[in-house]
Design a protein around this ligand. Structure first.
Ligand code: T4K
Length: 398
């Protein structure tokens, strides 16, 4: 095998994407979609939506599940319901998908970026503590990569300051900490069921809470504030999930165990490949957290490998392995935050490191052990031909 950058043919004919959707039983989805068509009931609290919410509730053991059209709007609803009209500062990580910060900013608050821990990639309690002021109205941590970050220290810190925590649980469906499932932490948690998430509804998400009053307000806010025909009792928006998205979500849930098992097998296969490659380390999932392993995250130590993260991404993509630089650049380097807070990076040394060194590799049901072996081989060949790779990349950009 010769690397494509060195004159060979790409290892894969078709792109292997990060975030390839897990589909589940296609016939089951089509059957549910057909039932919706026959019922002529396509949205607004439909029968499939109710089934989807009930199944989520059963799996999570939480009092309330409010399915929404995507996690970003779910976070916005939860934010508005928990924080209300207060305008202040909201502590968020910068090492996350941009939606986490956009939500409080969209609601008129100021995101304040906390730094992350280099091992867990989670916002560190010490950094959150440094960011807390009398203007802080909420903390929005992210269970990044699906590893739960509702640590007792973080919860105790928030409680001491009387600040609510709202978890961005976009990645964390079906994971737990100390036997408590994600879905039960903070004032509310929000899951994403976007196509790229291991349980997907195409587009979609769900808010979970054990607070009856909050749940009631969220249900009203999801549907323009309607409390019955012709009766609007509060400000709201359209955050409803339609029947086809719910059908996809329900179908995927029926394959939950199988998808997690595939992710775990893939993760172990990557671990076996990467253990042979000094300078490339796999993000470790603690088995005690029941990880869904939906991300395969690799940290590149360029001093050891001779190639940077960006160079590895170029090599992989030229082989049709569409590795991604999640999450690059840090949100503090995106607009409008970069202009509003140009100095933020100075307080985020670990975020700056991770945004330069981390890449994501394809996994899920569209990827198998044979492909992972080839990906391992590509990484190995890149590391052992670093001089030639650098020359080929320089020639490409010349
Ligand atoms: N919080 C966190 C921590 C998040 O990660 C996200 C979303 C959110 C909040 C917000 O959740 P939602 O409101 O979306 O429910 C993608 C997703 O669009 C986004 O949902 C996700 N995080 C993020 C991690 O990934 P991009 O900008 O990377 O999307 P894109 O178009 O580059 O596609 C990602 C990869 O997936 C590509 O390799 C192609 C592949 N793909 C994508 C789709 C849609 C497929 O193979 N098939 C598909 O159908 O954001």
């Amino acid at each position: 095998m010769t690397l494509s950058l060195l004159g060979g043919k790409s290892a894969f004919d078709q792109p292997l994407h990060v975030g390839r959707p897990n589909i589940g039983d296609k016939r089951r989805f089509l059957q549910l979609a057909e039932e919706a068509l026959d019922r002529r009931w396509l949205s607004n609290d439909g029968a499939i939506l109710k089934q989807f919410e009930a199944r989520l509730q059963e799996l999570l053991g939480v009092r309330h599940v409010i399915a929404v059209s995507n996690a970003t709007i779910g976070l916005e609803l939860a934010f508005r319901a928990v924080v209300g009209n207060r305008k202040g500062e909201v502590i968020v990580p910068s090492f996350t998908f941009v939606a986490t910060a956009h939500v409080p900013a969209w609601c008129g608050c100021t995101p304040v970026f906390a730094d992350v821990d280099l091992t867990t990639h989670h916002i560190s309690t010490e950094s959150v503590e440094r960011c807390l002021t009398d203007k802080t109205v909420a903390i929005m941590p992210v269970h990044l990569w699906g590893a739960c970050q509702a640590t007792p220290e973080l919860e105790a810190l928030a409680a001491r300051h009387g600040v609510p925590i709202l978890f961005d649980a976009a990645h964390a469906f079906s994971t737990s900490l100390g036997g408590k499932k994600v879905g039960h932490f903070g004032a509310a948690e929000v899951f994403s069921f976007h196509a790229t998430k291991f349980i997907n509804s195409g587009e979609g998400g769900a808010i979970t809470t054990n607070d009856d009053d909050l749940a009631q307000r969220l249900r009203l806010m999801r549907n323009f504030g309607f409390a019955g025909y012709d009766k609007v009792v509060t400000l709201g928006t359209n955050a409803k999930m339609n029947e086809f998205n719910a059908a996809m979500g329900l179908t995927c849930l029926e394959s939950l165990e199988e998808i997690i098992a595939r992710n775990r097998v893939n993760w172990q296969a990557y671990e076996a490949q990467l253990s042979k490659l000094p300078g490339l380390s796999l993000y470790y999932y603690d088995p005690a957290t029941e990880p869904n392993c939906q991300y395969v995250i690799v940290e590149v130590d360029a001093a050891q490998t001779g190639l940077s993260r960006d160079e590895f991404v170029e090599v992989l993509q030229s082989e049709n392995v569409m590795a991604r630089k999640y999450f690059y650049p840090g949100v503090h380097r995106m607009e409008p935050y970069q202009t509003l807070q140009p100095e933020a990076g100075q307080e985020l040394p670990n975020t700056e490191i991770l945004t330069r060194t981390v890449l994501a590799l394809p996994t899920g049901t569209a990827v198998g052990e044979a492909e992972i072996e080839v990906i391992g081989k590509i990484l190995e060949m890149a590391a052992s031909n670093q001089r030639e790779i650098k020359a080929a990349l320089a020639a490409k950009t010349a």
